[in-house]
Design a protein around this ligand. Structure first.
Ligand code: CMC
Length: 438
């Protein structure tokens, strides 16, 4: 059997044979389908890319039906137990796990680039006292690019690598300072004796002590959360990173755009919504009543359901176990009992079972962040720190992919046909009146 698709255009009776490669047909193959020679040719229409692959990627594999997530072939469950965030970042960026020497060098390079130019500090102090930390993060990452004008040479592999190291190293500093700014506390400089997650906690919480030493169980929990959030193939922000990067702008500008996409409540903000929901339920005994309200269409069960996973999100399973190790140190988050009861009832309920709605990564992560003393406004920032590795891996892959050009979708124009300009005193309804009428 040939790997082709035969199309018949019923408008003309003509048939076309289109090759199938890797389970896909090239949308451009449809362009030959025309009624008249002068036609543009057939297009595919796919708002939100529901069934369109925009890249060929070797970074992250997801099988949402069975709940599989792998980075470069390695199961997320193994990386969460055996790896560190920086080792995982190396894997995502360069395709293989590092040798001992490579890892030591990468850790050294990242550690020694955690400081930011003092101008960054001056810039950050200019934000209003209550500026949202994610708004600060997005702006400061973009501003960082102005300090490295050479970053625009995106076709130079050495220049690319230097910016990759800088970005991975500096995002925790910017993130922690956005928190300190909100608190009105002095910014804490990086401590190069500490590991990646430990240093981040130090920049967040260090006060008068000469050395900040967080509980190792909490450091490991944060490291695991960083590993789990490092990449998730072509999600909204990764797609933004690739699309902006395809214009060959510097990676700081592209990454600021990706972070802006993550800022949205449908992407990086769901764990905050979970906490609000759990607080609103208030007590385990109100859970059945809340579930009934969701089933009758009154809102959604936040932290449940996923566009890709139609099974238990593998990250949620690991996060649930991580939560236990955190609560052993911090004490049990009282909202956990409500979450567990909610999960138990929902997993047995026909409404959720038939729609394949399972807990996603956000269902338990907010509880851990809260137990670590992190405010909800910081949740998307905590997501952005590790996702920086994923965004950069996606960007690097896109930059060297000979098939990638500047991202530029087509449209189906549905507006007015050509018409003549009407002088202002002859117009009846203005555009604003028309909008108001809708
Ligand atoms: N609670 C109740 N019903 C739901 C939920 C939910 N959380 N999610 C989906 N449904 C229902 C929905 O009403 C629909 O039912 P029906 O067929 O009767 O109309 C059906 O399930 C399919 O839903 P959909 O909206 O077509 O699914 P989607 O793939 O477009 O949406 C989602 C995916 C994640 C946006 C959605 O499940 C949701 O809103 N979940 C809650 C928010 C959340 O937890 N988001 C975090 C996503 S993971 C983090 C990330 O990747 O950024």
């Amino acid at each position: 059997m040939p790997d082709t698709l035969t199309l018949t255009d019923n408008r003309t009776g003509l048939t076309y044979e289109v090759p199938i490669e890797d389970g896909a047909v090239r949308a451009n193959a449809l362009r030959q389908v025309k009624v008249e020679e002068a036609d543009f040719g057939l297009m595919s229409y796919d708002p939100a890319f529901l069934n369109t692959a925009s890249v060929r990627s070797a970074i992250t594999f997801i099988d949402g039906d069975v709940g599989i997530l792998r980075y470069r072939g390695y199961p997320i469950e193994q990386l969460a137990v055996d790896s560190t965030y920086l080792e995982t970042a190396f894997l995502l960026l360069f395709g293989e796990l590092p040798t001992k020497d490579e890892l030591a060098r990468f850790e050294h390079e990242v550690t020694y680039h955690t400081f930011v130019h003092e101008n960054v500090k001056t810039l950050m102090t200019g934000f209003r006292y209550d500026a949202h930390p994610m708004g600060m993060f997005v702006s400061v990452v973009a501003a960082l690019g102005t300090l490295y004008p050479e970053a625009s040479k995106v076709d130079d592999p050495d220049v690319r690598l230097a910016q990759v190291i800088r970005l991975i190293a500096k995002v925790p500093t910017i993130a922690a300072w956005s928190y300190r700014h909100n608190k009105g506390l002095p910014y804490v400089y990086p401590d190069n004796d500490l590991g990646f997650a430990e240093n981040f906690l130090s920049m967040m919480f260090k006060m008068a002590e000469s050395k900040y030493s967080p509980d190792p169980a909490l450091v490991r929990a944060l490291e695991v959360l960083f590993i789990l959030h490092a990449d998730h193939e072509q999600n909204c922000s990764a797609n933004a990173m690739r699309a902006i990067g395809s214009s060959k702008v510097d990676p700081y500008s592209a990454l600021a755009g990706a972070a802006a996409a993550l800022y949205g409540p449908l992407h990086g903000g769901a764990n905050e919504a979970v906490l609000r929901m759990l607080a609103q339920i208030g007590d385990v005994k109100h859970v059945p009543e809340f579930v009934e309200r969701v089933k009758s269409g009154e809102g959604r069960l936040m932290g449940f359901g996923h566009r890709v996973y139609k099974n238990y999100d593998p990250r949620a399973k690991i996060i649930k176990e991580t939560a236990d190790s955190v609560f052993e140190v911090t004490g049990r988050n009282p909202l956990l009992d409500i979450a567990l009861e909610l999960e138990k009832i929902a997993l047995e309920d026909e409404y959720f079972v038939s729609r394949k709605l399972y807990p996603n990564v956000d269902f338990y992560s907010g509880l851990i962040y809260q137990a670590l003393g992190l405010p909800t406004a910081m949740f998307p920032v905590l997501f952005a720190i590790p996702r920086t590795a994923g965004w950069l891996a996606q960007w690097l892959e896109g930059i060297v992919d000979p098939e990638q050009k500047i991202a530029r979708p087509r449209q189906i124009y549905i507006g007015a046909a050509e018409r003549n300009y009407v002088p202002v005193d002859q117009r009846t309804a203005g555009a604003r009146d028309l909008v108001a009428a809708h």
